[in-house]
Design a protein around this ligand. Structure first.
Ligand code: BES
Ligand code: ZN
Length: 629
């Protein structure tokens, strides 16, 4: 597995080299490439920027295609710009037109560049002088990396097909030709036609009324391309409060609305501390179980996995997280993917503050410890360079560098600042940071300037810039980093030790009031070589194989694989074919692949499960398990 991954990386590096070699053929082209402000986009927003997008698309389930056109409004950043470069991946371009002021549309010359495995293809359009509108007529391909087309069988209702997009990090280009870099912000409108009986929703103002196949959307706030989002399916609407509602398939609607009823209170909590919510409504869309992420912070409409509907609100930190992105990420946006920690670290920090405000310090501390455990595992697993907050990403696929470092090390860094300065000084800085940079992009360098000027220098002698830089540019964790702890978990440690030593039987453990977090901690801390007999003892006492909590079952199944506890294998099979959330399925496949017996099982299950997975999850699992022949 390690080998496949390394060789894929090597191939990518070589491809990257090939690309730059090809470009040096022309000095001009090489210079252009060097000046690209974002290594993950072909676009040149320093020359001309897209300020508004108008989409007109038909959703064709039969051909798994979005078909129509995208009109882009342009703002020239310098004189004499004669071309516009857009990002595309697997798009079929039919025709391009340009427009100057009020003049008629004119057919334009365009060229699709070579296909790069990571970046896709540059679409270079010849621009007449002062052209301020471009219209691209195109269709997406069935294999678009940013779309998943589901058959009715893959939905909860089994009646209607379903489509959803996932644009972050660089997949928007697989369904819209655009400047696919977080440095460009634009407003958008869309006209989306769907088969009758289906409802379309977008990361925009949504109309809860059904429009029977003909939908109009408007997004008045400027957003970066990775927040473009569309979903189509048999969707219903249920209001939760003045500003919040759920969209979901009919059979999950009620459970979702009950699970996430605290969303408005979460909004109030952030607003009180860190400034107003600037996006109007905040709704949730519950996706089918193959959604490859836990959640995605699409503005006004977060996309949410159904795997967190546990029935007891135990996994709602996910909502706190996606909501928090309305400040960190959607309002103040990482300028390049190497600075992902500016989005995810800040958001994980805010997520914990929300959880503390709503559910108390004990729960927040438990979640912090669980996050810290995940971080420690990732710090061991990844190369030193990838354990810095600001990582080196040029020439690499942003999806390949994804880990808990941006999230939990980023969060720990902010928690360290908070502890050093005290909330009375830290909170006002953070609030003003969102204000100062609202609707703008942020780099690690500019963050440092802001922090220095508005926090460090205002309160001299608390922390030094060198200490701050160690957090950001050094691998691992700096000396004196905070260590999250939880009294509830210390109790679990003692009970677990007593059980392991045989001083207590499993059924004597006082689990009645254990929360999901305590169960997670208990299972994750058990010795990996527990043995089948002890697994069976726990299972008999607590029915863990049958647990309905997807996180708890995940931890339990991982232990089951290590111990070859075959009683759980039916459940494992059902779990891996039933859900497609990468964070939950990847570690299970990885664990299976460590033994010969496990490999056979992984391959058998994956052959069956693969067609139901999202393209991104398929890509990951192809690397872990191998592509079924
Ligand atoms: N924005 C991320 C998802 C993402 C990150 C997609 C990078 C593509 C590239 C989202 O906010 C997120 O972090 N989701 C997490 C949940 C969170 C509670 C840690 C997830 O999906 O697991
Ligand atoms: Zn996030």
């Amino acid at each position: 597995m390690q080998v496949t991954r390394t060789s894929r990386m090597l191939r990518k590096t070589l491809l990257g080299l090939g690309l730059s070699l090809a470009l040096t053929g022309s000095v001009m082209a090489a210079t252009m490439a060097d000046e690209r402000p974002d290594p993950h986009s072909y676009s040149r927003p320093d020359q001309v920027t897209v300020t508004h997008l108008a989409l007109d698309l038909k959703v064709d389930f039969d051909h798994r295609a979005l078909v129509g056109n995208a009109t882009l409004m342009l703002e020239h950043q310098r004189e004499g710009v004669d071309s516009l470069v857009l990002d595309t991946r697997d798009l079929a371009i039919d025709k391009v037109e340009t427009k100057v002021g009020d003049q008629a549309w004119q057919q334009a010359k365009f060229k699709l560049g070579d296909d790069d495995e990571v970046l896709g293809r540059a679409l270079t359009i010849e621009l007449p002088a002062k052209a301020n509108e471009v219209r691209v007529h195109y269709r997406s391909r069935p294999e678009a990396s940013g779309l998943q087309w589901l058959t009715p069988e893959q939905t909860a209702g089994k009646n209607q097909p379903f489509l959803f997009s996932q644009s972050q990090a660089i997949h928007a280009r697989s369904w819209v030709p655009l400047q696919d870099t977080p440095q460009v912000r634009f407003t958008y409108e869309a006209h989306i036609q769907t088969p009758k009986g289906l409802k379309a929703v977008m990361s925009a103002a949504n109309d809860p009324q059904d429009q029977d196949g003909d939908y109009h959307f408007e997004m008045p706030q400027q957003i970066p391309s990775y927040l473009m989002a569309l979903a189509v399916g048999e969707l219903r609407y249920q209001s939760m409060s003045e500003r919040t509602a759920v969209y979901a398939e009919p059979s999950v609607l009620e459970a979702a609305a009950a699970e996430f009823e605290d969303t408005e209170t979460m909004m109030d909590a952030v607003e009180k501390r860190f400034g107003e919510y600037r996006w109007g409504r905040y709704d949730l869309l519950i996706l089918p179980p193959s959604f490859p992420f836990g959640g995605m912070e699409n503005p006004r409409l977060s996309f949410i996995t159904p795997t967190v509907i546990a029935g007891d609100k135990s996994l709602v930190s996910l909502i706190a997280h996606e909501l928090a992105h309305s400040w960190s990420g959607n309002l103040v946006t990482n300028a390049v993917w190497a600075d992902l920690w500016l989005n995810e670290g800040f958001t994980t920090y805010l997520e914990r503050r929300i959880m503390e405000d709503l559910f108390g310090t004990d729960r927040m501390r438990m979640e912090a410890v669980l996050g810290f455990e995940d971080l420690k595992a990732d710090l061991e697993r990844h190369e030193a360079g990838d354990t810095q907050l600001a990582v080196q990403l040029a020439g690499r696929d942003p999806d390949d560098v994804f880990s808990n470092v941006a999230y939990e090390k980023g969060r720990l860094f902010l928690a360290w600042l908070e502890a050093s300065f005290g909330r009375e000084r830290f909170d006002p800085w953070l609030k003003s940071y969102f204000d100062r940079h609202a609707f703008q992009t942020m780099t690690t360098d500019r963050f440092l300037v802001d922090l220095d000027k508005n926090l460090l220098q205002k309160h001299p002698g608390v922390v030094s810039m060198d200490e701050v830089k160690a957090w950001i540019y050094q691998p691992g964790l700096p000396k004196g980093h905070p260590v999250p702890s939880s009294n509830a978990f210390s109790d679990i440690d003692n009970l677990s030790a007593a059980w392991l030593k045989g001083e207590k039987a499993a059924h004597e453990l006082p689990v009645k009031n254990w929360t999901t977090h305590e169960w997670l901690y208990f299972i994750n801390q058990l010795p990996r070589d527990l043995g089948v007999a002890r697994m069976a003892e726990l299972d008999k006492a607590f029915k863990l194989t049958d647990s309905g909590n997807n996180e708890v079952v995940h931890s339990w199944l991982k232990l089951a694989i290590v111990n070859d506890y075959s009683t759980a294998y039916n459940r494992l099979d059902q779990y891996l074919t039933g859900i497609g959330r990468r964070k939950l399925i990847t570690p299970l496949y990885e664990e299976l692949m460590k033994t010969e017996k496990g490999q056979a099982m992984a391959q058998r299950i994956y052959r069956e499960a693969r067609p139901g997975y999202h393209p991104l999850a398929q890509g990951t699992m192809d690397e872990v398990v191998g592509k079924p022949k």
